[in-house]
Design a protein around this ligand. Sequence first.
Ligand code: MG
Ligand code: MG
Length: 248
Amino acid sequence: MITLKTDKELSYMRDAGRVVAGVFEELAKAIKPGVSTLELDTLAEDFILSKGSKPAFKGLYGFPSTICASVNEEVVHGIPGDRTLANGDIISVDVGAEVNGFFGDSAVTFPVGEVDAEAQRLLKVTEESLSRGIAQAVEGSRLSDISYAVQKYVEANNFSVVKDYVGHGIGSEIHEAPQVPNFGRPGRGPRLQAGMTLAIEPMVNMGTYEVQTLSDNWTVVTKDMKKSAHFEHTIAITSGKPEILTRL
Ligand code: MG
Ligand code: MG
């Protein structure tokens, strides 16, 4: 069931979104060659707790950490650890936070030091595909208009969208109905209404769209080991333009 949020619930989601956005401000300063993904996790967790908020992912389905840290060919769900970032890497960080029982969820892919031109293009195209998806999240549109806008832009730029993982509704649970795929024909699915809140999150691969899960049962990687990027915002549909809740 797709829930419509009350003004009070939306205000809690704004608070949660602000915490998540603050985490990315801190991460942007900390991400550089030599830093470990565990250090980034600690930084994120300390920041969330300092705001009186709770990390949303820690313990969710058994995930052990506050952030998902996915480097290069890792698509999503990388577990923070001893790995240190190297110049030329890209790292996708996914963070969720809870305030008063309501959630915010966002992801950003950062370049580490100097990255090559194709990786820069991957980050730019993925972030822009998110903007194009969000632009479709208006009252009266259909859900798959978002999906179609993302896929069309990504494929026009000769990258591929991941099919096995999708965006989602969000609110009093981090994952609510409906699923929000990053692919598909337009004009399908539920009609969008003010008060719906969605996490839109294109995962974009340089090569094949196909992915597999490593033996840790968490880390998802591209099958061809080429790089992947991930950007996500939690948004609210309004009677006007969509409100991005996870942006400062
Ligand atoms: Mg996320
Ligand atoms: Mg999400």
